[in-house]
Design a protein around this ligand. Sequence first.
Ligand code: LLP
Length: 441
Amino acid sequence: MNQRETLKINSKGHLEIGGCDTVDLAAKFGTPLYVFDEKYIRDMMDVYRDTIDREYDGHGLVLYASKAFSCMAIYKIAAQENIGVDVVSGGELYTALKAGFPAEKIYMHGNNKLLRELQLAVDSGVGTIVVDSYDEADMLNELAQKKGIRQDVLIRINPGVEAHTHAFVQTARTDSKFGFSISDGTAEKMTAYILKKGSLNLKGYHCHIGSQIFEKQSFVLAAQKAMDFMAKIKADLGFEVDTLNIGGGFGIWYTDEDAKISVEGYAAYLEALIAAVKDKANELGLKRPYLLIEPGRSIVGEAGITLYTVGAIKDIPGIKKYVAIDGGMFDNPRYALYQSKYTVLLANRVNEECTEKVTIAGKCCESGDLIAVDVPLPEAKRGDIAAVLSTGAYNYSMASNYNRNFIPPAILVKDGEADYIVKPQTYDDLIRNDVVPGRLK
Ligand code: LLP
């Protein structure tokens, strides 16, 4: 079993999460089912917030990157835990606002924000907008001017550190669609441009070096480079910004190929980052920036599991054994997109020995619709409950109605209680927006 306290095997040999027997959850709520452990989510939010309080005198804010999992309940939890959120679309923003999330603690991202998204952000008093293009700066300046406000903004920069799961590279130039490079002068030009905009208030810079990253050093390096750039701006333009947003990206456990980091272990990432920021501020004679981090995956990823019911089993002798489940790429497209690896268990027989390697297939009409390839399992039978672990991040948020399958509901569990946070869809939901024009009748 992995490190999560609440993921246990109970006396019936069933997998338990948040004090709930997963076999009972499957019976009560049906499958496929996303299950989120509330305590894990809160613990992760707290550990980041407390580290900023303890190591940095509270001079910063944790922003939950809600692209990892967005629904009204998660914004409620984030508000209760006293953290901020990052949103990347009008839809995420609307969901946060509808959940009553305080607008001033919302940071809005996007490399191509639409006019209507910027309008909604300005109208609803979104605290900070992370500007990522010249025309966005123009549009936003105009909207803010019309409203008679000065909108706080960050500029998205590229520090020239690109991180991948098990490595990071430093690049002089970046070909990313995001941000302005500090090495080729474009970030400085953008800074000068924003400083001339009367209705924009430049607070600082944002960077994000990648996702599912384990090396502390890559975050440290990005922060150091961003601060060197802040010192250069101070020297060149005589303007000292006061905010640094270092983005998200801390890695999580999916399989035993990944490190298992405890909730407290994540504090060490932030401690290293904070130490580097303090040192750099001293070295460069800068004031300590207001520090923002934007973890998404590490807050919700390991908090979530998906429950499925095993259906058809196809053994192709000497080649492969497929175990088909009642979900697939429509609820978890990450294998199809990235060949991501997962740990799969039979939740109703967790103690049984794994005797074979199987491929977990979805039910979509597509050969690439797989959830996990060559994973060890006890011999599965129709009706078994399969649990796929670490599915809390970028599963529901990337789900679709492909093949007109239902996007599964999500429940939140804590101390043996389970409640819907996303209701099940119905066939009527699937045709809700369909229109048959008169001339087809
Ligand atoms: N901030 C920014 C600006 C980001 O672009 C991201 C993720 C985050 C924060 C949160 O990063 P995290 O802590 O979750 O690693 N769909 C992909 C992941 C895409 C991540 C995009 N940006 C996946 O399923 O792995």
